[in-house]
Design a protein around this ligand. Structure first.
Ligand code: HEM
Length: 154
């Protein structure tokens, strides 16, 4: 976001913001500001951002959903070996795909969006095409579990 980055803004925060609670506002020399520009943004976040303005859910709720999905995968992965079929294939693909999607999405948002603002749209497009491919594979081929087993037995 260049010089408009929240980190580099010097305008005062709204009166209702408790600066003891949120991160200190950034003020620095141009040299330090350049270094700061290349760091991933970890705040200060505006109250609107914390509430998840423009998003479907609060960031903390999203974080919990991500962890729920990651933990669920530890059960779904071995379960697929014992209970096989289309339902398990779709469950496995959906959970692993969601996890991988959010994982990469987070890395892109933390490190790349700042330099390539449209990268998120490319990622969403790739992700939709990729997921469609997986669903197609589960419907019209041996399914993801069987495919992994076949790969292992090579
Ligand atoms: C049961 C297996 C797995 C578990 C329990 C698991 C768990 C986790 C957890 C807890 C995180 C968050 C780490 C953090 O925020 O500090 C994470 C990040 C991530 N995971 Fe997994 N994961 C598993 C398998 C996978 C697989 C199969 C993929 C690839 C599709 C994957 C891709 C990622 C990515 C891209 C990140 C983000 C890395 C980052 O932020 O630097 N994970 N995983």
């Amino acid at each position: 976001r260049g010089p408009k980055s929240l980190l580099l803004q010097t305008r005062p925060l709204p009166k209702n913001v408790n600066t003891e609670i949120i991160s200190k506002q950034f003020t620095a020399s141009p040299a330090l500001a350049t270094i700061e520009y290349f760091r991933a943004r970890r705040g200060p976040f505006t109250p609107e951002e914390k509430r998840g303005k423009g998003h479907l859910m609060m960031a903390s709720t999203h974080w919990k959903v991500e962890r729920f999905v990651a933990i669920a995968m530890t059960g779904i992965m071995p379960a697929c070996l014992f209970v096989q079929g289309a339902t398990m294939d779709h469950l496995l693909s959906t959970f692993v795909y969601l996890h991988g999607f959010w994982g990469i999405d987070g890395v892109l948002k933390d490190y790349l969006v700042k330099f390539v603002p449209w990268i998120g749209k490319v990622w969403y497009l790739l992700a939709i095409i990729g997921f469609a491919g997986l669903v197609n594979f589960n419907y019209n081929d041996v399914g993801i579990t069987k495919a992994i087993q076949m790969l292992w037995s090579l």
